[in-house]
Ligand binder design. Sequence first.
Ligand code: SME
Length: 150
Amino acid sequence: MTDYDALHARIRSLTHGETDEVALMATLACEIHHADDRFDWTGFYRVTAPELLKIGPYQGGHGCLVIPFSRGVCGAAARTGQVQLVPDVDAFPGHIACASSTRSEIVLPVRGRSGRLIGVLDIDSDQPDAFTEGDATRLAAILEEVFKDV
Ligand code: SME
């Protein structure tokens, strides 16, 4: 179980007053990744061109460099603007397998000032069905607070 109260408080104090996108993403990737054993890959994909995501700061093994909006779970989150909770990656059409050990994942849109889509936060787990609506709610709250002025 993630201690989200402690995680959120730690992130708030570390990122206070910071608005640099990469500095924020790097800090969140590190803090979130080490907050729970369920998290085997934690990182950001950034919108760098229309309909295109490129790898941002992450923790874990190698991640794909480029993901079009039309592909994978990250692409679906960017395209729809909705959180993607995937209990079984093998059942998700078009899932991009960067690590064959990944069984489930959660991807959240990351929005900045005026709702601008900055990218997505992708967390992958080697455990099946690792993520809950509770994770989605707590992670979304952290993202909203951290990136609201970016
Ligand atoms: N979960 C992703 C891709 C995996 S990563 O490159 C770490 C997807 O299908 O969008």
